[in-house]
Design a protein around this ligand. Structure first.
Ligand SMILES: Cc1cc2nc3c(=O)[nH]c(=O)nc-3n(C[C@H](O)[C@H](O)[C@H](O)COP(=O)(O)OP(=O)(O)OC[C@H]3O[C@@H](n4cnc5c(N)ncnc54)[C@H](O)[C@@H]3O)c2cc1C
Length: 264
């Protein structure tokens, strides 16, 4: 599996040394199936989570320290839950934080609290995380990674965009704003409202709201404008006849332009 397609294990601790050893242990055991991301700052962590969500990435597991200067681990996990509600949540605590951790089990629906230090990890870390990740895998459906279009089912604008992408064999996922919660989540994430529909979400996290077909065509790598001022032969229509003529023209060395209004 390509690294960026793997689900993520997200760990956070303001103590660089603790974070380093946590990352080392996580990498050692889970690198093959998960991407390990770690940060020392809760605020930066939350910003990174929003960006990951926009790119359609998935977090499987959060491991957070409890005592951090910017916010408590419990608060971090609560906010992270709003972005990735299905991820498992583990709090990393020192002995003195046990009471807070027990309270948090109910409040944040914590899945586990781990005591520092977790040596040896084969006994105190991996068995617990393995169980949680196994549980998470049961409900996990890999998300669609290509273009997503959100809009109203009977909107002509939505229909035109879908028709254009389908005609050009560009895979996309349709999200009906009235039927699909993910559509509403994506709008909120990108701070859009329903008046700006249809919206097209690209895999790199960028969006186009209420775009023209030409704008979408450019983004999917099609050429909406002629590159030169002058051609030897111009063919209108890329049906079988037009395509055959263009191939002949090109193979004879003629500078050939093929113009198609919908899809070849
Ligand atoms: C329902 C149906 C089923 C068919 N089934 C078969 C079959 O099974 N087997 C078979 O061999 N044939 C079949 N045919 C026939 C086959 O589709 C046609 O013979 C063939 O498509 C004709 O090719 P063409 O290039 O002349 O025209 P078209 O395929 O019609 O191509 C014309 C192209 O020009 C484009 N265009 C039009 N105006 C403009 C403009 N102003 N600017 C830019 N582009 C423009 C259009 O979008 C289109 O892509 C079927 C036809 C239909 C309608």
């Amino acid at each position: 599996m390509a690294d960026e397609r793997k689900p993520i294990i997200f760990s956070i601790d303001d103590d660089p040394q603790v974070l380093r050893s946590l990352r080392r242990d996580l990498r050692g055991e889970y690198r093959r199936d998960y991407r390990i991301i770690s940060t020392e700052s809760a605020k930066e962590g939350l910003e990174a989570l929003v960006e990951l969500k926009k790119k359609g990435e998935v977090v499987a597991l959060f491991i957070s320290d409890q005592r951090m200067p910017e916010m408590l681990g419990v608060e971090f996990l609560e906010r992270a839950k709003e972005i990735f509600p299905k991820a498992k949540r583990v709090l990393l605590t020192a002995y003195s934080d046990t009471d807070a951790a027990i309270k948090a089990i109910n409040e944040v629906q914590l899945d586990y609290y781990l005591m520092k230090p977790w040596d040896p990890p084969t006994e105190k870390l991996y068995p617990i995380l393995n169980d949680l990740l196994e549980e998470w895998q049961v409900d996990y459906r890999p998300v669609f990674r290509g273009i997503k279009i959100a809009g109203y089912q009977y909107s002509p604008k939505s229909h035109n965009l879908k028709d254009f992408l389908a005609g050009n064999l560009v895979p996309y996922q349709w999200l009906d704003i009235e039927q699909n919660d993910e559509a509403e989540n994506l709008l909120q994430l990108h701070q859009l409202d329903r008046k700006q529909l249809p919206a097209v979400f690209f895999e790199d996290g960028s969006i186009l709201s209420n775009p023209s077909v030409q704008e979408v065509a450019t983004r999917v790598g099609l050429q909406p404008k002629a590159q030169s001022d002058l051609y030897d032969v111009v063919i209108i229509g890329a049906g079988p006849a037009g395509l055959a003529a263009a191939v002949y023209g090109g193979s004879e060395g003629l500078k050939t332009l093929l113009i198609e209004k919908r899809a070849p």
